[in-house]
Design a binder for this molecule. Structure first.
Ligand SMILES: Cc1cc2nc3c(=O)[nH]c(=O)nc-3n(C[C@H](O)[C@H](O)[C@H](O)COP(=O)(O)OP(=O)(O)OC[C@H]3O[C@@H](n4cnc5c(N)ncnc54)[C@H](O)[C@@H]3O)c2cc1C
Length: 367
């Protein structure tokens, strides 16, 4: 067994949530170890689309909207800082989001008025001006001009590089068991040995319930598979984010175009399926016929950490002092990541929290 090495704080899981949490804690001067069972940033945080807004934001509980709003304000500064310190560009950009579902108009307009968010109803002519290659019968679209995106695989790479000088990162080391004694967390046992720590933060995404079950109580988090396909178009052919009937189109700066995503209950099975590929292809080429002349470059699946109403669990684990959870971000872990990490760090370090924490506890009602 490897020698136990003490750390103030052990963060388990190196997705966007674990990386951002480790970054917040290390910036406050804590001695942090991050342990990840494969490489950092290769699971849901790699597979996601990087849209920096909940889809149809008016459908979400205030608990999610509050995290998203805080993070949306933080993202430009965070990405600029990451680019400057690491040389890796997370490609933050304000792409604007066009929503084509006519039945959403009334709710959207009420939400925009209440939240004071810019929202415009575009006529057919204005839609064509903004997105000349879009083919649709829809006569009016919603336009959310301030919605941004990041290129999530680059974001996690930049986060890893930014924290590497300050955080002890241990990859390919699965945590098998959480260690607790007399109501106090002691660390974790990995396949390599024991890591002693005064505080442990569980950021294991879709795997969180399995890891915490041994302590008796577990959050209601389950894997929800999402598949995406990727085309390689020319830069600028598709200009904005488009959303229609729960499926979306994301153009990257280099011309790559992502279409996603499915919502499937398939346990921890991360295989892709021919049916999903066909469906996504049909939707993509229906909205943007130019994609018929563009080869599919990739097709993948990821496991979202699904939670009731998509409200993440952020805060202390009841009955075990020093143990914390930051998981269950479902479809919004990228857009809510910065606020979730800051809130968790505030709670663990005893600072004034950026948001009221009661909505995110293990016991909070989630509808
Ligand atoms: C297809 C798809 C599209 C999406 N689109 C968007 C979007 O546009 N915008 C948005 O905001 N969100 C989106 N999401 C959701 C977002 O990707 C997730 O909410 C977010 O990535 C969750 O981050 P995480 O760090 O909790 O999980 P993960 O990225 O899955 O990270 C958890 C990490 O924990 C590690 N781990 C697990 N168990 C252990 C263990 N026992 N020991 C050590 N390590 C362990 C895993 O290996 C993994 O690296 C999308 C997700 C999918 C799948």
């Amino acid at each position: 067994m490897a020698q136990a090495k003490s750390s103030d704080i052990l963060v388990i899981g190196g997705g966007v949530i674990g990386l951002m949490t480790a970054r917040e804690l290390a910036s406050a001067g804590a001695k942090v170890t991050l342990v990840e069972m494969s490489d950092t940033g290769q699971q849901a945080s790699w597979a996601g689309g990087g849209i920096l807004s909940p889809l149809y934001p008016w459908r979400f509980a205030g608990a999610v909207t509050a995290l998203a709003g805080w993070s949306q304000r933080a993202y430009p500064g965070l990405c600029a800082e990451l680019f400057e310190t690491t040389g890796i560009d997370p490609e933050y950009s304000i792409s604007g989001l066009m929503i084509l579902d006519p039945e959403e108009h009334a709710d959207a307009l009420a939400w925009a008025a209440a939240e004071q968010r810019p929202l415009e109803v575009l006529t057919r002519a204005r839609m064509a001006e903004k997105e000349p290659e879009l083919a649709t019968d829809v006569r009016k679209a919603l336009w959310l001009a301030d919605i941004g995106q990041i290129r999530n695989p680059r974001l996690t790479k930049a986060l890893r590089a930014a924290i590497a000088p300050k955080v002890n990162i241990r990859e390919h080391e699965e945590v098998l068991e959480l260690k607790a004694q007399d109501g106090q967390v002691r660390g974790a046992r990995t396949k390599v040995g024991e890591i002693a720590a005064e505080h442990v933060v569980v950021c294991t995404g879709a795997w969180t319930a399995e890891l915490l079950a041994q302590l008796g109580r577990k959050p209601d988090i389950r894997p929800v598979r999402g598949q995406m396909i990727l085309f390689y178009a020319r830069p600028g052919q598709i200009r904005h984010l488009t959303l229609f009937r729960e499926r979306y189109v994301i153009p990257r700066r280099d011309g790559r175009v992502l279409i996603g995503s499915t919502l499937e209950e398939a346990g921890f099975d991360k295989h892709t399926t021919a049916e999903a590929k066909e469906e996504l292809y049909r939707i993509a080429t229906g909205l943007f016929p130019l994609l018929k002349r563009t080869p599919i470059e990739d097709h993948w699946a990821g496991l979202r950490p699904g939670s009731p109403s998509g409200i993440p669990y952020i805060g202390p684990y009841p009955g075990v002092a020093g143990l914390y959870v930051n998981a269950g971000h479902y479809r919004n872990g990228l857009v809510t990541g910065p606020a979730s990490a800051r809130l968790l760090a505030d709670l663990l370090l005893g600072r004034d929290p950026i948001l009221p924490p009661s909505r995110y506890t293990l016991d909070a009602p989630r509808g």
